[in-house]
Design a protein around this ligand. Structure first.
Ligand code: GLC
Ligand code: CA
Length: 559
C-alpha cells in the first residue's frame, strides 16, 4: 500500500474566485493563489485543495464544467497552472484538484452532441427518458427545489439533472463514459497533481432507482425514490481505484452527502481502499429542523454534536479515516453558526478549532476560517449570487408566498455565499482582494477582520491556528490514538481524551456563552497536567475544579 502521507497533512481549501485577484477584473485567479502560497505555508498547511478551475459558464461557479482538461480563462492559463504546481513544490506544498464527475455543464461538447443527435455515443453518456402522462419521468426533486428532469424539445425527451438545470448528470452505468472520466482524471495526476476531491459521489449510483432506458420504455420496471450512496457506487470506486488512483501516490477524498458512519467505513475502510476519506454532513445538519431543508434553522444541541462527532471517531477508529471540517464553500461561517460572531468572536472561533482538530482525521481549513471570518450581513437578495440561494428565494417568496423577511432570515443564516465573500487580506479597499469591483461584495467587517491585522496580533485567531497546527504535528502519535468522550450529557462542555503509547491528551471546550464548571475525572491528577493550549490568558493552574469562561477551551497533556 502507498504511504499514508495524507494522514499527517493539514489541508487548506481555496475557493479561487474569492481568494486573490491580480488583474483587477474582480475575480480571483491562479496568479493570486501563487501570490499567497507563503501565507498558506506559514499557517502550517501541507496541502491545498482548489475548487474547480476548469472552463465553465459559472451557473454554479465552476461546478458546471465544459472542459475537464483546461483552465478557465478568468483564472489564467495552463502555464499559470504549471507555475502554481512548481511554486507549491518549491514550498513543500501539495496540490489537490476538485473533480466534478456526477454531471457536466449542458454547454459541454458531450452534452451538446447528445442533445442534437440521438444516435451519438454521447447520448448514452447522460440520462434521457420520455415523460409520462403526468410530466417528468420520475417525481424526484433536487436540492434546488425543482424536478430533476428537464424537457428538451429537439428530441422530445427529458434529461436528468440532480442539481441545477444546466448541470446534466452523467450515466455511470456506461463503461465507455467511465473510461472517459478516468482518462480526464489521469490527465491531471500525470501532471503531478497530488490528489482529487470528488464532487457528489453520493449521487453516482442510480441504477437501483432508475430502470435502464429499454426497461423504462417498455414499462418492465418502475422508477423508485432516489437514495444517495446506492450500492453501485462501490463497484465504480473499485474500478476507479484500479484505473486511476492505484497508479499514483495521491490522496482521494469524496463528498458523500447523507452518509452514515457505517457507510463511511465501507467507503474508506475496506481492503480495496475505495477512497482515503470522505466528507460526511451529519454535523452540518444539526441546526436544521428534522425532515426539512437546510434553510429551516433550529438551534444546535450540544449533545447531538457530541454524538455525531464521537460516532465517526469510534466507527473509523481502527479502519478508515476521517475528515475534520467545519467550513467549506457550501457552508455558512462556523463562528456565526456554532460560535458567537459578536463579543466572543475570537474566543469562539479558537474554541471551535481546538474542539475539532485534536480529533483523529485530516483537518480541512477553509479560506478565512483561520481569521475567524463571519457570515455577511447582506439583507437584500440582490447582494447574493449563489444559484441555490436565489432559486430558493424565488420558490419560497414567489411560488409559495412565504414571508419575505422570514426567507431572508434563512438566507442570512445559511446561504453558501457567506463562505464566498472575498478573502479579507488587509484593511485597504475591498480587503486587498481586488483593485476592481469584486464579483461578490466584501464583508464590511474587513477593516477589523483581516490577515494583515491578524498576523500582527499575538492573540489573533490566525496565531491560534498556527499554534494548534504545530501541536497537532508534535503530538501526531497520540492524535492517531484512541478517543474517549467524557461527560456525554453535560449541556455546555465538550470533553474528550486521546491516548496512545502511555500519553494522554484531554481537550475541554465550553461551547456556550455562560461559565461552566469542569471537575477532573476520577483518577486523573490535575496537578501534573500540562496546559498545551488555551484561548484565554491566565489559564491558571489545574485545580480539581476549573471554571470555564464563555467559549473557553483548554488542551492538557496528562502524565
Ligand atoms: C458539491 C459542491 C457544490 C456544488 C455541487 C454541485 O456539493 O461542493 O458547490 O454546487 O456539488 O456540483
Ligand atoms: Ca482576476
Amino acid at each position: 500500500m502507498a504511504n499514508d502521507w495524507w494522514k499527517d497533512a493539514v489541508v487548506y481549501q481555496i475557493y479561487p474566485r474569492s481568494f486573490q485577484d491580480t488583474n483587477g477584473d474582480g475575480i480571483g485567479d491562479l496568479r493570486g493563489v501563487i501570490a499567497r502560497l507563503d501565507y498558506i505555508k506559514e499557517l502550517g498547511a501541507d496541502v491545498i485543495w482548489i475548487c474547480p478551475i476548469y472552463p465553465s459558464p459559472n451557473v454554479d461557479n465552476g461546478y458546471d464544467v465544459t472542459d475537464h482538461q483546461a483552465i478557465m480563462k478568468s483564472y489564467g492559463t495552463m502555464e499559470d497552472f504549471h507555475d502554481l504546481l512548481t511554486e507549491c513544490r518549491s514550498r513543500g506544498l501539495k496540490l489537490v484538484m476538485d473533480f466534478v464527475l456526477n454531471h457536466t455543464s449542458t454547454e459541454h461538447p458531450w452534452f451538446k452532441e447528445a442533445e442534437m443527435n440521438p444516435n451519438s455515443k454521447y447520448r448514452k453518456y447522460y440520462f434521457w427518458r420520455p415523460g409520462t402522462a403526468d410530466g417528468p419521468p420520475t417525481d424526484w426533486v433536487s436540492d434546488y427545489g425543482q424536478s430533476v428532469w428537464q424537457y428538451e424539445e429537439h428530441t422530445g425527451e427529458y434529461y436528468l439533472h440532480m442539481n441545477a438545470v444546466k448541470q446534466a448528470d452523467l450515466n455511470w452505468e456506461n463503461p465507455e463514459m467511465r473510461q472517459s472520466v478516468y482518462e480526464m482524471m489521469r490527465f491531471w495526476l500525470d501532471k503531478g497533481v497530488d490528489g482529487l476531491r470528488i464532487d457528489q459521489l453520493h449521487l453516482l449510483s442510480k441504477k437501483e432507482y432508475l430502470p435502464p432506458y429499454e426497461d423504462y420504455i417498455a414499462r418492465r420496471a418502475d422508477p423508485k425514490p432516489f437514495r444517495p450512496n446506492g450500492a453501485r457506487i462501490h463497484d465504480y470506486l473499485k474500478e476507479m481505484t484500479k484505473e486511476v488512483f492505484s497508479k499514483y501516490d495521491v490522496m482521494s477524498v469524496g463528498e458523500a452527502g447523507s452518509v452514515t458512519p457505517e457507510e463511511g467505513l465501507v467507503y474508506t475502510g475496506t481492503d480495496e481502499h475505495e477512497l482515503n476519506m470522505i466528507f460526511h454532513f451529519q454535523h452540518m445538519e444539526l441546526d436544521q429542523k428534522p425532515g426539512q431543508e437546510h434553510w429551516d434553522v433550529k438551534p444546535l444541541e450540544l449533545s447531538d454534536l457530541k454524538k455525531v462527532l464521537t460516532d465517526w471517531q469510534k466507527k473509523l477508529e481502527h479502519q478508515g479515516w476521517n475528515t475534520l471540517y467545519w467550513c467549506n464553500h457550501d457552508q455558512p461561517r462556523i463562528v456565526s453558526r456554532f460560535g458567537d460572531e459578536g463579543k466572543y468572536r475570537k474566543a469562539s472561533a479558537k474554541m471551535l478549532a481546538a474542539l475539532l482538530y485534536f480529533m483523529k482525521g485530516t483537518p480541512y481549513i477553509y479560506q478565512g476560517e483561520e481569521l475567524g471570518m463571519t457570515n455577511a450581513p447582506f439583507d437584500r437578495i440582490e447582494d447574493y449570487q449563489d444559484i441555490q440561494t436565489v432559486n430558493m428565494y424565488h420558490k419560497r417568496v414567489f411560488e409559495m408566498g412565504r414571508d419575505r423577511e422570514e426567507v431572508m432570515a434563512s438566507i442570512m443564516a445559511k446561504s453558501r455565499d457567506h463562505a464566498r465573500t472575498p478573502m479579507q487580506w488587509d484593511g485597504s479597499r475591498n480587503a486587498g482582494f481586488t483593485e476592481g469591483e469584486p464579483w461578490l461584495k466584501v464583508n464590511p467587517n474587513y477593516k477589523t477582520i483581516n490577515a494583515a491585522e491578524a498576523e500582527n496580533d499575538p492573540d489573533s485567531v490566525l496565531n491560534f491556528y498556527k499554534k494548534l497546527i504545530r501541536l497537532r504535528k508534535q503530538y501526531a502519535d497520540v492524535i492517531k490514538g484512541s478517543y474517549t468522550l467524557l461527560l456525554p450529557d453535560d449541556p455546555q462542555l465538550f470533553v474528550y481524551e486521546r491516548q496512545a503509547n502511555g500519553q494522554k491528551l484531554i481537550s475541554i471546550s465550553n461551547v456556550s456563552k455562560e461559565e461552566a464548571a469542569f471537575y477532573w475525572p476520577d483518577g486523573s491528577e490535575p496537578g501534573s497536567a500540562k496546559l498545551l493550549l488555551s484561548n484565554y490568558e491566565n489559564a491558571g493552574s489545574a485545580d480539581s475544579c476549573i471554571t470555564f469562561r464563555p467559549y473557553e477551551t483548554r488542551v492538557y497533556l496528562l502524565a
